[in-house]
Design a protein around this ligand. Structure first.
Ligand code: NDP
Length: 458
């Protein structure tokens, strides 16, 4: 049977756009359907605006340091200018995404799609049915908000970028990436900021040294952290939102933001009509080639619940197009993925944490904590952290954890030798570049501590 298209992609975010472009480049007849703005969470209300706001928030740190270098700064911040300039930039990027898609011959359809069968979907607004040999679900995710009374009074990261005015105070619930990054942004812009988190320290799953270092960094920046506590209700109190906490305390804030994780966008998508199987946590179940249980339907990115990071979705989209439209079966290796938290101090990691590595055999742990040169003329006591974890006696590098300025850039580069299975000697062979922070990575001498048979030895 002749279909209208070879590929219909639902969702023009990072994964969908890459898949559409590559498939069209291989000669497929492709349409990509998007109900909101082209670019997805990353471009429109995620990584890109977040990083721009992180840049904005870091100026306050620089202004604090400036006098130690002889500068006098009289600085003022204007939130509407930042919001407007951010909007200009993401509109430009959105345009670049659209022209990139159209340049490869993919058609961009602005509508909502609902799957009606293994090879068909309906455009809701146009009220039209389309068919394709393959359908790719790349619908991403949305912020999850706990089901508490007054939850509608809170915002999520979707709204945080476009607040009409910069609040005087904000409460952020959660202890993950979004909570920590937004807390850093708002505090850096002068907002009285509080994090409330159900766990005992932010960033569960990260290396303990990184978690502690970041917690101390938030403290230094005046960010209040309330641990082992939940928000149980919100109510309006004059022009503020009053939060009730699980420890019985009530407190008013200008804004309350939920950063309590994300859920896959599967609702109303018609996956059931095609018989697509979902996992118990609601994500679309796929195999190593991103194929669902329905052979004509694939899924990539956050909706599959593998690793919710833009570059991973892009890889998955690329691999899907290679597999299906270039006769080149390609599976994405999810085993060694670097990640960064753009908070203050910036924190980035790749590979195993110390706790994980210690259960994998004998390991050596090298740690450097030092005052970054940038701070040496001031009274700042903040330390930079470099932690390298290797197999025992100079074996393979298993994990790298960096905290401080440029952490993400350094970990990105170290991902190359680590992907090549580099060992300690490979790192040591590099001659240090001086004075840099990264030189610590190639000048580690004796381990700070080691683990033998799972036991830590100093
Ligand atoms: P995360 O999963 O990182 O964090 C969610 C946080 O909310 C956790 O601290 C979790 O607690 C807490 N939480 C979950 N449910 C509840 C609840 N019912 N009540 C109270 N607290 C709750 O999600 P984020 O939204 O921060 O980020 C989503 C994903 O987006 C990340 O996993 C990451 O993959 C990606 N991302 C990446 C960024 C980057 O690369 N820099 C930046 C932002 C997002 P607990 O720890 O106890 O589970």
């Amino acid at each position: 049977m002749e279909h209208d298209y070879d590929l219909l992609v639902i969702g023009a975010g990072s994964g969908g756009v890459r898949a559409a472009r590559v498939a069209a480049g291989h000669g497929a007849r492709v349409a990509i359907i998007e109900e909101y703005r082209v670019g997805g969470t990353c471009v429109i209300r995620g990584c890109v605006p977040k990083k721009l706001y992180v840049f904005a928030s870091r100026f306050s740190d620089m202004f604090d340091l400036a006098p130690s270098f002889g500068w006098t700064v009289d600085a003022n911040f204007d939130w509407p200018t930042l919001v407007a300039n951010k909007e200009k930039e993401i509109t430009r990027l959105e345009g670049a995404y659209v022209s990139g898609l159209e340049g490869t011959g993919a058609e961009v359809i602005r509508d909502r799609a609902e799957i009606t069968g293994p090879n068909t979907l309906r455009l809701v607004n146009a009220d039209r049915e389309l068919s394709a040999r393959y359908i790719l679900v790349a619908t991403g995710g949305h912020p999850f908000v706990p089901d508490i009374p007054g939850r509608e009074l809170g915002i999520t990261s979707d709204e945080a970028f476009d607040l009409e005015t910069l609040p005087n105070s904000i409460l952020i619930e959660g202890g993950g990436y979004v909570a920590v990054e937004f807390a850093t942004i708002f505090a850096g812009l002068g907002v009285d900021t509080t994090i409330v988190y159900r766990g005992d320290c932010i960033l569960r799953g990260f290396d303990e040294d990184l978690r502690e270092g970041l917690d101390a960094g938030l403290e230094r920046r005046g960010i209040r952290r309330i641990y082992q506590t939940n928000v149980t209700a919100l109510r309006k109190q004059d022009d503020k939102v009053c939060a009730s906490f699980s420890d019985g305390v009530d407190a008013p804030f200008d804004v309350v933001m939920f950063a309590t994780g994300r859920r896959p966008n599967v609702r109303g998508l018609g996956l059931d009509k095609a018989g697509v199987k979902l996992a118990t946590n609601g994500v679309v179940e796929v195999d190593a080639y991103s194929k669902t249980n329905v052979p004509s339907i694939y899924a990539v990115g956050d909706v599959t619940g593998r690793v919710a990071l833009t570059p991973v979705a892009i890889r998955e989209g690329q691999a899907f197009a290679e597999t299906v439209f270039n006769d080149n079966p390609t599976a994405v290796d999810h085993s060694l993925i670097g990640t960064a938290v753009f908070a203050e101090p910036e924190s980035a990691a790749i590979g195993l944490t110390e706790a994980e590595a210690a259960t994998h055999g004998d390991i050596d742990v090298y740690i450097a904590k030092f005052r970054p040169m940038m701070n040496t003329l001031s009274t700042r006591s903040e330390r930079m952290l470099m932690k390298l974890i290797t197999e025992a006696d100079g074996g393979k590098v298993l994990g790298l954890h960096i905290q401080g300025a440029g952490a993400a850039e350094m970990v990105q580069l170290a991902a190359i030798p680590m992907g090549m299975q580099a060992n300690k000697a490979d790192f040591d062979r590099a001659i240090a570049m001086h004075p840099t922070a990264a030189e610590e990575l190639v000048t580690f001498k004796a381990p700070t501590h080691i683990y033998r048979d799972g036991v830590k030895q100093d």
